[in-house]
Ligand binder design. Structure first.
Ligand code: SAH
Ligand code: SF4
Ligand code: F3S
Length: 474
């Protein structure tokens, strides 16, 4: 079989990174090899995101740049997959008529067959059914079974870390958010399937799994017997898998942060004490318009419950600034919340109106771009100062890290040296940069911290490894 060359570009969240891995795994089975540029590829795929306008603009300009390549080589196949494929559907063909393939996130298992059909002269293909009528267990099993098990460690940042999907879709319908529309209704995956996929990953040498769901802590699987498996139950089961040393889960929904889950995180040593629980805003008026389903007082109570059960946990958040009708006072309340909660870090986004959401229908996008930018910068500066302060107590501490690979700087100048700058992560998701040996990638090692800024701890590997030493689980 002649080798076929595939170039894939991925934007968006961890769900998309996982989807790209699975699509590549299925295409490798058909003889595809990954290449580094669209130019040298026979097939070019974009896995897209619609969460903000900017993410879509990036893909449309990348498509624009390919127009010429397609004129030169009409056999080159260009495909658009994922959330923007689902949202824009045929509009993509209208804006870029040379696109061959449009596939929504629910149909990605069909990509290899669709490409074959196009190559056999089948013309343009579009598969964007979200199967909204789905929701029965059979449908969940089908969509996962036919598609999830094939993995491709080479597509991951390291083979020692992997995402495992435990849910698809979202039912929360926050008014600003396009995700429920493009990813369909929330469905939890059978724990048996999650276990067998995780066991297989462990057998292949993977040491850390990150469970994925848009609202991962809403996970609930009802068995035919009537028994329900919650996320806390699932964590306890996964904890038993030999070879898996670390378990993370993202993203949490504040209202579903239940006591059983917090206790599971406390009692299961392999589960990372790292909780990403986006608040989005500190103002009740804004939260109400966002339809987040909680008040800022309830969010504070949740933070207090985390603090009580998990005093050393790292909590991170997302915020949207400049949502419709956000006043100076509303924004100040967000600042107050950030200052009070002292998140390990926060992702801060300027509101981007999304056609097709309730927010776009109901409210005017009335905060000027300049104000959005100012609020974004202000909140970011406050958060960064907190992150830097919170990293200072690590100076002089010994932490345990999973070594991930060459640092960004080392990747740029990488000439195959064995001794180089590496990065790793602590149990609480703190990034540590240190001088190490390439062979240490994938190991869990003790490091002494000697410097810290907002984003990074700097350390030195502990060479005298005394077997019985106890390290702080930072
Ligand atoms: N399911 C996750 C995150 C989904 S999208 C959750 O519920 O938290 C990731 C982040 O993008 C969101 O937390 C939100 O802060 C941001 N976001 C979503 N829609 C947005 C929009 N229209 N404009 C700006 N930011 C948005
Ligand atoms: Fe979007 Fe809200 Fe669902 Fe998160 S919980 S994916 S923000 S609708
Ligand atoms: Fe984007 Fe889709 Fe994720 S819209 S954030 S890639 S679920």
């Amino acid at each position: 079989m002649p080798e076929k060359k595939l170039y894939i570009e991925t934007v968006g969240c961890q769900m998309n990174m996982l989807d790209s891995e699975l699509v590549v795994a299925s295409l490798r089975q058909r003889g595809y090899q990954i290449v580094k540029s669209a130019k040298e590829a026979d097939t070019v795929l974009f896995n897209t995101c619609s969460v903000r306008q900017h993410a879509e603009d990036k893909i449309y300009s990348a498509l624009g740049r390919l127009k010429h390549a397609k004129t030169h080589n009409p056999d080159k196949i260009i495909g658009v997959m994922g959330c923007m494929a689902q949202k824009d559907q045929e509009l993509i063909f209208r804006r870029a008529p040379y696109v061959d393939l449009i596939v929504g996130p629910g149909q990605l298992h069909q990509v290899p067959d669709l490409i074959d059909e196009i190559q056999s002269g089948g013309g343009q293909k579009i598969e964007v059914s979200l199967d909204r009528a789905a929701g029965t267990r059979t449908d969940v099993a089908q969509s996962f079974e036919s598609y999830d098990p094939l993995r491709d460690p080479a597509m991951r940042p390291t083979p020692y870390q992997a995402f495992v999907r435990i849910m698809i879709g979202c039912d929360k319908f926050c008014t600003y958010c396009i995700v429920p529309k493009v990813r369909g209704p929330e469905q939890s995956r059978d724990p048996e399937h999650i276990m067998s996929e995780s066991r297989r990953l462990a057998d292949e040498g993977c040491r850390e799994i990150t469970l994925l769901g848009q609202t991962v802590n809403s996970y609930r699987f009802r068995h035919e017997s009537g028994v329900t498996t919650r996320l806390s139950d699932l964590l306890a089961q996964l904890h038993e898998i030999e070879g898996i040393d670390r378990i993370k889960f993202v993203t949490n929904f504040p209202k579903d942060m239940t006591p059983d889950l917090l206790s599971a995180v406390r009692d299961l040593p392999k589960v990372c004490q790292y909780l990403h629980v986006p608040a989005q805003s500190g103002s009740n008026d804004v939260l109400k318009r966002m339809k987040r389903g909680y008040t800022v007082e309830e969010y504070r109570e949740m933070m207090a419950a985390i603090g009580e059960t998990l005093p050393n946990a790292a909590v991170t958040s997302d915020f949207i600034v400049g949502f419709c009708g956000e006043t100076k006072e509303d924004f100040q309340q967000t600042v107050d919340l950030v200052q009070e909660c002292r998140f390990k870090n926060s992702f801060i986004f300027k509101y981007s109106t999304r056609p097709g959401t309730r927010g776009a229908e109901l409210f005017e996008d009335d905060v000027p771009e300049e104000t959005k930018r100012r609020r974004n910068n202000e909140l970011l500066a406050i958060q960064n100062a907190i992150s830097e302060e919170d990293n200072q107590p690590f100076l002089g501490q010994r932490v345990e890290i999973l070594v991930e690979g060459p640092s960004k700087a080392a990747q740029k100048t990488d000439e195959g040296q064995t001794q180089l700058q590496l990065t790793g992560r602590t149990m609480c998701d703190r990034i540590v940069v240190f001088e190490g040996n390439r062979r240490q990638v994938g190991q869990i090692l003790p490091v002494d911290i000697y410097d810290a800024n907002s984003f990074t701890l700097f350390g030195q590997i502990v060479t005298q490894h005394v077997g019985t030493e106890v390290y702080s689980l930072a």
